[in-house]
Unconditional design. Sequence first.
Length: 341
Amino acid sequence: MNYNFAIVGFQHSHITMFIEAMIKAGHHCIGIYDRNPLVLAAAYAEQHHIPLIHDVNEIWNSSATIIGSSAINDEKVAIIEACCEHGKHIMLDKPIVTNRDGLNRLETVINRGRIQIGLMLTSRDKRSIYTLKQMIDAGELGTILSLTMRKPHKLNPSSRPDWHFSKQRNGGIIMDLFIHDFDILRWLTGQETDTISSVLAKSILPQYSDFYDVAAVQTIMNGGIVAQLYADWHTPEKLWSYGDLRIFVTGTLGSAELRLTGDPSVGQEEFLFTVMHSRPFAKIPLLDVPITYMEDFLHRIENKPHEVTHLDLLLASKAAIEADENAVIVRNTGMKTKVSP
């Protein structure tokens, strides 16, 4: 089945992955709307010969059955509510909400049961993560004891819009970067978060008082697995990718390391390495992912078997919100450090 789709909110280039995946699959983009289309939206629309729409009501009254959105993060839940009112499914880039009020509003829309809501959980499309999941499910690493996820990112502050540095509008580093990790953590382990402790640290950009550049979370899953999540905005400008992202897994039979954006000493594709009690360090061939996040979302719309559910979105978002709400704050100013609950 082919769909007409449209974009409402184009504030981050993440949404181009959605557009291009939909067009490649034979679907048609009828237009792009953004309240401030002067940069990203206008340039992309012109480059790809997609109409730039100046009145959002044209989209609500159009033939589009699916909406994509990379709006400013704290505006996304209102767009979801509008999609619900107009009977249009929606796919969004992360994060889907920025705080508990947004989570409650999202849950209200989901409970109405009128539309399907998707999130660009692109980590699930990583061949290395998919291969790791198959190994864990087959028991190759034994009983899983701990997972560590490191997700440092480049900031490039001069290229970021002002809203990126606002806690209220963006949601902050935990909401922005850990939503993927909490989803993957649940997916890999089959367990739910039980206890969460977290830290937010600030050491740069004093002009943005509530922008934090380092985050660390420790969570204990309800099956006893211990997980550590780490992210920062300090990846050096000269790095080959947007961040050196890695996942480490320890099991009773062995351990695994994923290098999600490659290693320039080996290659720049993703890698999965293991070392076991029964065999030495090895590079593991990666499996093909059988279905992309986009295909899975379309299956959900069409009432076909699918992997990601609304509950996945709610629980991953809830875990990120709890980590954000309960974080200990560390402010580094010169040689002085202030810590507050």
